[in-house]
Design a protein around this ligand. Structure first.
Ligand code: SF4
Length: 355
């Protein structure tokens, strides 16, 4: 059995824990929301999103019934929109099958959309004190260092192994044990720097004892990242509205995007390209190039602000700056161009910046 002194660890946590979304509460709904938001995003970063989300959708019922456009808008900036769609799908099941109360068993919880072993353990242990461990990459780093174990943490079986090992322990509160291990991973036993002198696990930590912390964790699998080049055309009509279209597939599913192509079109070629596409152009302004990193993709993006000759295009797809800000959901990758675009649109003298 893993030799953690659970009570010492929990005491340390109660004394040193940060104030974070989803902490110090036992209502499973906000814990669930905070856990889903924190996937791929740092806990500190999600705070304003978390507060706004719960203010607008304070109950599972309100989440189950909210319109998709509003739901996606509340998620804007967090990315990975399938997470919020899954949240709503799960909320509907909770309304239908469990009368609006978050399930109290592991079997029922794990069947909800978007909830895996880690999240199920986190919610059930913290809301109901149930004896389930939540093990993620941070916790694996702490535990493999603690045991000086060369076990490969990229294998699924390793997570399963440590989950079972932790569940053999008998802490005074399982939720606090889970949170304490997470906090050690986030604040003390960091990937590059381990602050062993401040660590409550130090006494029994094998990597510390053997002075070989740098050897752990062992990780073999490398995720393949692909690199893409895009050119984005922000088409502006004579009322200074911008064209956006709704995307139904791939990474941008459910979001709005400007007209864009997977190609790097230079300033020299931009007019002839637009001409070829029958986009009648008055003039074009080149924007600062942008880079956006998704989980498995990096996008390098050129951007052009394209002033159209007339308003003959599909008029319904043009949006005001106000609508772009508050109504439609747009991926952060495109929003990176907005500050500059706003400056140009609000600057009547912009004609001097033409390509
Ligand atoms: S003593 Fe050091 S290496 Fe061991 S768990 Fe604590 S911070 Fe990590």
């Amino acid at each position: 059995m893993i030799a953690i002194d659970t009570e010492k660890l929990i005491s340390w946590f109660l004394e040193h824990k940060r104030v974070l979304p989803g902490r110090d509460i036992t209502d499973p709904y906000p814990i669930w929301i905070s856990e889903i938001m924190a996937q791929q995003t740092r806990m500190e970063t999600i705070k304003p999103y978390y507060e706004r989300f719960l203010k607008e959708l304070p109950t599972i019922e309100s989440l189950a019934t909210v319109e998709e456009t509003k739901l996606l808008k509340l998620w804007e900036g967090l990315g990975y929109y399938s997470r919020v769609r899954n949240l709503q799908a799960a909320a509907k099941v909770i309304m239908e099958k469990y009368q609006g109360t978050f399930p109290k068993t592991y079997a029922d919880t794990i069947h909800l959309k978007g909830i895996g072993e880690y999240t199920a353990g986190a919610i059930l242990s913290r809301a109901y004190g149930l004896p389930y461990a939540s093990v993620d990459g941070n916790v694996l780093r702490v535990l493999t260092r603690f045991e000086a174990s060369p076990i490969d943490i990229s294998r699924n079986s390793t997570k399963k192994y440590y989950k079972e090992e932790l569940e053999k322990l008998n802490p005074s509160h399982f939720g606090l044990l889970n949170e304490a291990l997470m906090e050690i991973g986030a604040m003390i036993c960091r990937p590059k720097i381990a602050k062993c002198n401040s660590c409550p696990l130090r006494e029994r930590c094998k990597a510390y004892e053997q002075n070989n912390i740098g050897l752990y964790p062992v990780k073999s699998k490398k995720v393949k990242i692909t690199i893409h080049e895009y050119t984005c055309f922000f088409l502006v009509d004579q009322n200074k509205k911008i064209y956006f279209e709704y995307k139904e597939e791939n990474i941008l599913r459910g979001l709005y995007a400007p007209y864009f192509v997977e190609d790097s079109i230079s300033e020299v070629d931009v007019y002839s390209y637009l001409d070829k596409k029958h986009i009648e152009t008055d003039y074009v302004i080149a924007l600062q190039e942008q880079k956006h990193v998704f989980t498995h993709q990096i996008w390098y993006m050129k951007g052009y602000l394209v002033y159209l000759k007339d308003n003959k295009q599909d008029i319904e797809k043009f949006y005001t700056q106000e609508e772009i800000k508050n109504k439609i959901s747009i991926s952060t990758c495109f929003r990176k161009f907005f500050k500059e675009i706003e400056n140009y649109l609000n600057d009547e003298e912009n004609s001097s910046h033409h390509v």
